[in-house]
Write a protein that binds this ligand. Structure first.
Ligand code: GDP
Ligand code: IMO
Ligand code: MG
Length: 425
């Protein structure tokens, strides 16, 4: 085993955190390759709930090394707060490593993010307000600061000073002394975690250890392949793991696509299978669909297999982890989108933007509880049929089925990658 990728296959919040936690036992490294604290990954162990933002979810299971990779954007303030909260809850964070190449999110990025949203008015993207977009803009504009810069505060001050004019012209007053003083305090806490994560990763790979790359956001939020401009600013698809951590594609053994048994989206943008009716409200209520980061109600709808087939292609998904199947337990009948009408000859993001209409097939519900199933065979017949229906339409096996938020509520099917890890529990 080498690298297993865990990727969100929809619009985020598919349950990546709980899948990563489940697979963590068999890995020595869990690494985030993109995004920042716009992510909110939930891990439930017994009656304890952990909400991870930038720290890899493997930290809860006590994985040897948790890497915040070169492709991420890190807010020092948010990272300090997260490390403190984890430690307070008894989680050891001593082996959380931040790549010196990761870019920093500074308070002015957050101001810019919020100002840009205000300017967009009714067309606001609905960002999480964490400064993600402006920090990635600075990276490509070559004006950003990196975690490695926290080791040399004089240089960092100089670099910040060089930006004061430009920021003032944009209406942002940068208090240099206060900003550097805050960074100096945060650096004390963060610097012991900053290192060359590339060397560490390759050391582990050479030693034959398993690495899990933890995706953030979802494929339909990818800056290129998502429903642009209603996307995040990072590469969220599988290819981003190599570019965001620094390894070659040949290292990848499996790509696990995390798929919610229905569909949700938080923030603006088109959503073909969105439900505005009683069923949508029922999905939100049963699935507790409220954002981890912003608390916003998530928009809910039926599973979209056209979008899922696209996600399988652009990520090279080899296995699906289907989550929140239990949320569908009370539905008499389910609808699944299997094709689009009026899609024209366009890529999926353009087809969706131009108002492609979903065509549904009806599938009978099972009206039985699934939450205590231990094996696939324990699931009601119609639930197993629902899973087979998905497999037939997307051509990829559903190797994990999650039937509750708790660590133990996961069914592993034969042929699943890192099955060794799961059975080692
Ligand atoms: P992530 O961002 O992809 O890690 O997902 P989030 O943590 O934002 O959202 C997933 C939510 O669903 C969390 O509250 C999880 O605790 C919860 N969850 C995950 N898997 C299941 C499941 O199989 N059943 C139910 N009912 N809840 C789940
Ligand atoms: P996890 O990792 C769901 C969405 C925001 C907004 C858009 C841009 O928990 O699945 P940003 O702050 O990134 O500039 O916002 O992307 N978004 C997410 N939606 N889950 C996430 O992360 C998200 N991260 C960003 O709601 O629509
Ligand atoms: Mg989330």
């Amino acid at each position: 085993m080498a690298v297993t990728l865990v990727i969100g296959a929809q619009w985020g919040d598919e349950g990546k955190g709980r899948v990563v936690d489940f697979l963590s036992r068999g890995a020595s490294v869990v690494a985030r390759f993109g995004g920042g604290s716009n992510a909110g990954h939930t891990v439930r162990v017994g009656d304890k709930t952990y909400k991870l933002r930038i720290v890899p979810s493997g930290v809860v299971a006590g994985v040897e090394h948790c890497i915040i990779g070169p492709g991420t954007v890190v807010s020092p303030a948010a990272l300090v707060a997260e490390l403190d909260t984890l430690e307070f809850n008894g989680v050891d964070t001593s082996r959380v490593w931040v790549s010196d190449l990761a870019h920093l999110i500074l308070p002015y990025h957050i101001e810019m993010d919020k100002a840009a949203e205000r300017e967009r008015g009714e067309d606001a993207l609905g960002t999480t307000g964490n400064g993600i977009g402006p920090a990635y803009v600075d990276r490509v504009a070559r004006t950003g600061l990196r975690a490695g810069d926290l080791l040399d505060l004089r240089r960092l001050r100089h670099a910040l000073f060089a930006r004061t004019h430009e920021l003032r012209a944009r209406g942002i007053a940068l208090d240099l002394d206060a900003t550097v003083a805050d960074l100096a305090r945060q650096a004390e806490r963060i610097v012991p975690h900053v290192r060359d994560t590339i060397a560490l990763l390759h050391e582990q790979l050479r030693a034959g250890r398993n690495v899990l790359a933890e995706g953030a956001q979802g494929s339909l939020l990818d800056v290129t392949f998502g429903t642009y401009p209603y996307v995040t600013s990072s590469v969220t698809v599988a290819g981003g793991a190599c570019a965001g951590l620094g390894f070659g594609p040949k290292e990848v053994d499996a790509v696990v696509g995390v798929v919610k048994a229905y569909q949700t989206r938080v923030g603006g943008g088109p959503f073909p299978t969105e439900l505005q009716d009683h069923d949508g409200a029922e999905l939100r209520k049963r699935g507790a669909e409220f954002g981890v980061v912003t608390g916003r109600p998530r928009r809910c709808g039926w599973l979209d297999l056209v979008a899922l087939r696209y996600a399988v292609q652009i990520n090279g998904i080899t296995h699906i982890a289907l989550t929140k199947l239990d949320v569908l337990d009370t539905f008499y009948q389910l609808s699944v989108c299997t094709s689009y009408e009026d899609a024209g000859d366009a890529s999926l993001p353009f087809a969706i933007a131009r108002g492609a209409r979903p065509v549904y097939e009806s599938v009978p519900g099972w009206l039985k509880t699934t939450v205590s199933a231990h094996a696939f065979e324990d699931l009601p017949y119609n639930a197993r049929e629902y899973i087979s229906f998905i497999e037939r339409h997307v051509g990829v096996p559903v190797s994990y089925v999650s039937i509750g938020p708790e660590r133990s509520q996961m069914i592993v099917r034969p042929g699943a990658p890192v099955a060794v890890a799961a059975s080692a529990r």
